[in-house]
Ligand binder design. Structure first.
Ligand code: DWN
Ligand code: SAH
Ligand code: ZN
Length: 405
């Protein structure tokens, strides 16, 4: 049991993955064995229901200057953020001289659309190499961690922000109190703080256990985000489900009393009641499903290897660290993983040490099976790899359960 990082309530552990490596640091072959391990265990708060980890990995370890993830590696995600930008350019950013701040802008996948519209903006992200990509295309960026002090400096130099936006980042920040204090200091009167993160309801319903890794310190639900917002002087005023990353929820918050919640908030709160998201039994059966899926995946890969079939991995995702390390999947079962991210190629996966190769390795020659670690991009990837299927290739997926398509 430990104290909740949001409300101080008792956090009940429901799953322990044991020692796991920092997931988005891919060692060079010569640096194998230098990975940092921590205890990956998750629990839910009996008071505010926030699902959270017990051990915090330092932000400098998780998000170094050469952090390899590049948001723009997916056409689906580029379209997603173009649509998001268009929406806010027509609403929150349509007034006189609006100012847009983005927390976790990465390579500018969202920021670049706001910049192209000529709107005053600032992206904040510690991943210096990724941020350089955003800066090179003309976006205004600050390399650093968003927290209260950062926000106060931005307020002094740029004035209040009409929209503070963040995607797949707020759930990565254990020190969330400082983030909300910063948003409180930086947000214009009547402004909104919008963040989207993968949704706990979808993770539970589909056993997306690989979404649990060091960076995802919190797994948000509507109820836990509402409790978090209220604790820090905000109201949750709208929620919107989005079909990316396996199921994402976009949360809109405003300072307490400034906006009326839409009916969607109450609707999703009752959906979560029906899904029993605040009940221990839900997490116990989730844990049982994780164990059985992992056993089934390991058994399938072992059988295919023993039958002489060739299996390669597709997409060296952050998520793959939990799958490969918890299920005990190494190069003996998956000789390599192909990935389009140059910064990951010719390195190995953390802990499981599976070599990462450029996309060309996938088709020379095609394997019998491809284990799809980037399952959240399945439509885009399978459409791109039609020839693999035409050559008789099959995809192995492990969510929502182990199956071959
Ligand atoms: O939450 C997070 C999300 C937004 O991104 C971060 N904590 C870190 C990261 O998680 P991830 O690595 O699991 O994200 P993706 O987007 O599932 O990673 C996809 C991987 O697959 C990338 O390394 C790129 C690669 N890829 C590929 O090789 N060919 C992706 C596509 C679409 C492709 O066609
Ligand atoms: N928004 C992008 C990137 C998400 S990956 C997308 O949705 O694809 C998470 C990003 O958050 C990384 O680029 C990481 O460097 C950044 N990050 C982590 N902690 C942060 C903090 N405190 N302030 C700003 N960015 C942070
Ligand atoms: Zn709590």
């Amino acid at each position: 049991m430990s104290d909740c990082r949001i409300c101080g309530g008792p956090v009940q552990e429901f799953f322990d993955f044991g020692p796991q490596p920092v997931s988005d640091v891919f060692p060079k072959p010569a640096d194998i064995g230098t990975e940092h391990f921590y205890r990956l265990a998750v629990g839910f708060c009996e008071r505010c229901t926030m699902v959270q980890q017990f051990e915090e990995v330092s932000r400098e370890r998780m998000f170094p200057a050469d952090y390899p993830y590049r948001s723009s590696g997916s056409a689906l995600m580029r379209r997603h953020f173009e649509q998001a930008a268009a929406h806010y350019l027509a609403t929150e950013l349509s007034g006189p001289d609006p100012f847009y701040v983005e927390i976790g802008c990465n390579d500018g996948i969202m920021l670049s659309s706001v910049q192209a519209a000529g709107i005053r903006h600032l992206g904040v992200d510690p991943a210096e190499e990724a941020v350089k990509v955003a800066g090179a295309s003309g976006s205004r960026v600050h390399v650093g961690f968003f927290e209260e002090a950062t926000a106060r400096r931005i307020r002094e130099t740029d004035g209040p922000a009409n929209l503070i936006f963040s995607a797949n980042t707020i759930s990565h920040i254990a020190y969330i109190d400082s983030v909300f204090a910063g948003v409180h200091a930086l947000l214009a009167e009547g402004g909104i703080f919008v963040f989207e993160d993968r949704y706990l309801g979808d993770i539970i319903a589909n056993t997306y256990f690989d979404q649990i890794y060091d960076e995802h310190f919190y797994l948000f639900s509507v109820r836990s985000v509402q409790a978090m917002a209220e604790r820090f002087g905000f109201d949750l005023v709208d929620v919107e489900p989005l079909p990316v990353h396996g199921g994402t929820m976009r949360y809109t918050t405003a300072r307490r009393g400034e906006r009326q919640p839409t009916p969607a908030v109450a609707r999703w709160l009752s959906k979560e009641q029906e899904q029993k998201l605040a009940e221990r039994a839900t997490y116990e059966s989730f844990g049982a499903k994780i164990e059985s899926n992992c056993e089934e995946l390991k058994a399938l890969l072992t059988r295919l290897r023993d039958e002489g079939a060739r299996v390669v991995g597709y997409g060296a995702t952050c998520k793959s660290a939990t799958v490969t390390n918890y299920c005990g999947i190494g190069p003996d079962l998956v000789p390599f993983i192909c990935d389009s991210t140059v910064e990951k190629q010719h390195r190995v996966t953390p802990g499981s040490h599976i070599p990462i190769r450029p996309p060309a390795a996938f088709s020379s020659p095609y394997p019998d099976y491809a284990l799809l670690f980037a399952w959240n991009h399945a439509a885009e990837i399978m459409a791109k790899e039609q020839e693999f299927r035409a050559a008789g290739g099959k995809w192995i997926l492990y969510v929502p359960d182990v199956h071959i398509v």
